[in-house]
Design a protein around this ligand. Structure first.
Ligand code: NAP
Length: 433
């Protein structure tokens, strides 16, 4: 057996689990790979931090670049998690030195993927990232092999376990957003920068990677992904969705329509018995629709040390057994650019929650604005039972017939200007599948 030398940068949740898995399953892994796995260098920020393995058993480096230079490994595994900085610098340095790359860093790929992946191709080194989306779910390899013979038309995903945990907790235990967030923080589910989860940024990073793979595209400009977070969802929205047989989820969608794509991340009300509607707690779920075969649905653990590290092991297997392959399954110069469709032209039903003064004539003013904006109302419920009365105002729930997002936005602006409407109106798309 020949040696396969690995350097690991980042020994936190994922890096430590990876070393634990390799230590526990060394013989089994080596027999599968037909290589002697040698971890020849490790690095993290703090050498003295207590970890789940004995750091003294490995060569410690303070600087990832020096580690790569000195060790000249076959593989550099980046698990530090920066969008740029040392994650980007060390990967670039490793590629230029003909070292294969594995990373779980979706932020880095979403922002710098085009540059790093084309550089890897020029240097004929692998750049693999199965662990970057939905941890244990083998979505990257699924898409790479699917697109060979299938035309994917749409992907719908619950790609962030933290927000799904918070929304599921609000739904299952009737608790407020702030209580559910506190509980998620206590359990260690929330990133050190909570906005990454709550504002849909983490989901958008993953959606950008899936989009490139599914449609054979260059990574699109991250800022062009439309995002809405979950922080404005109130318990009363959850209660109301239940009455409609719906459930609120943070959903990431990309779809191809007439050679253009539309992609967005936003909370939506889904049919509670749909596949995505049933993805509960910290789990992730991904539904792939293609022209040629019935939908594929994958569900599983989307985070956690062991789940993520197990996908890294599958990438190590890929490099050892299959050797070099293009990061997105096809050559970088064959990846296409594509025009994006505005989400404003998306045509859906919407749920609106307004807090209005309990005064004569208010309803007439609001329905007049709906008429003026050509939005028809399917259902209207004034002061629904058990819903809270705030600032002397009562909730008014309205479900619209299908309409364009841009018309809803225009309507909301006008409704917000009515003196009788308190607080900022809240609205959410209804996606009935
Ligand atoms: N955790 C998950 O469930 C999960 C799932 C999928 C993907 N990912 C991705 O996997 C990557 C790692 O995540 P994680 O949860 O393991 O993060 P983490 O627990 O915060 O670990 C980060 C590691 O990077 C080290 N580090 C930070 N700055 C460094 C520097 N300048 N030089 C060298 N090492 C440095 C830290 O050192 P110290 O230990 O000394 O502080 C720590 O060991 C991220 O890209 C993340 O998005 C994570």
């Amino acid at each position: 057996m020949s040696d396969f030398n690995i350097c690991i940068a980042g020994l936190g949740t994922v890096g430590s689990s990876l070393i634990n898995i390799i230590e526990k399953n060394k013989n089994k892994i080596e027999n599968r790979l037909n290589k002697k796995i040698k971890i020849v260098g490790i690095t993290a920020k703090n050498k003295r931090k207590k970890r789940s393995f004995l750091t003294d058993n490995y060569n410690w480096y303070d600087d990832p670049l020096k580690m790569i230079k000195d060790c000249k490994p076959n593989l550099f595994i980046e698990l530090m998690g920066y969008e740029k900085e040392i994650s980007y610098n060390s990967i670039k340095f490793a590629i230029k030195n003909k070292v294969n790359i594995i990373t779980a860093n979706k932020a880095l790929i979403a922002h710098n993927g085009n540059e790093l992946i084309s550089l890897a191709e020029k240097n004929q080194v692998s750049f693999l990232f199965e662990a970057s989306v939905a941890a244990a779910i083998p979505i990257i390899n699924t898409l790479k092999s699917m697109i060979i013979s299938n035309k994917i038309i749409k992907i719908l995903g619950i790609l962030n376990g933290t927000t799904n945990y918070i929304l599921s907790n609000m739904t299952n235990n009737n608790i407020s957003f702030s209580e559910a967030l506190k509980d998620a923080k206590k359990k260690g589910y929330v990133e050190s920068n909570p906005d990454l989860d709550l504002e849909g940024i983490d989901s958008a990073h993953k959606l950008s990677i899936l989009t490139s793979l599914a449609f054979g595209l260059n990574l699109i400009n991250f800022n062009e992904i439309y995002r809405e977070g979950i922080a404005n969802i109130e318990l009363q929205d959850i209660e109301f969705s239940k009455k409609l047989g719906l459930v609120i989820k943070l959903v990431s969608i990309v779809e191809q329509i007439n050679n253009k794509i539309r992609l967005y991340v936003k909370p939506m009300m889904l049919n509670k018995n749909s596949r995505l509607g049933k993805v509960d707690g910290v789990l992730n779920g991904i539904q792939i629709q293609s022209k040629d075969i019935e939908d594929i649905f994958l569900e599983g653990q989307g985070a956690g040390g062991y789940a993520t590290a197990s996908s890294i092991i599958s990438d190590i297997y890929d490099i050892c057994i299959n050797g070099y392959s293009p990061a997105f399954g096809i050559k970088f110069n064959k990846l296409k650019k594509i025009d994006k469709l505005s989400v404003n032209k998306d045509f859906n039903s919407f749920y609106l929650r307004l807090n209005v003064l309990d005064k004569k004539g208010v309803l007439a003013k609001i329905t007049k604005l709906f008429n003026e904006n050509n939005i028809s109302i399917e259902t209207m419920i004034q002061n629904p039972k058990n819903m809270k009365i705030k600032n002397n105002s009562i909730p008014l729930i309205i479900i619209t017939h299908k309409t364009y997002l841009q018309d809803i936005n225009n309507l909301i602006k006008k409704i917000s200007n009515l003196l009788e409407v308190k607080d900022k109106p809240f609205f959410m798309q209804i996606y009935k599948v």
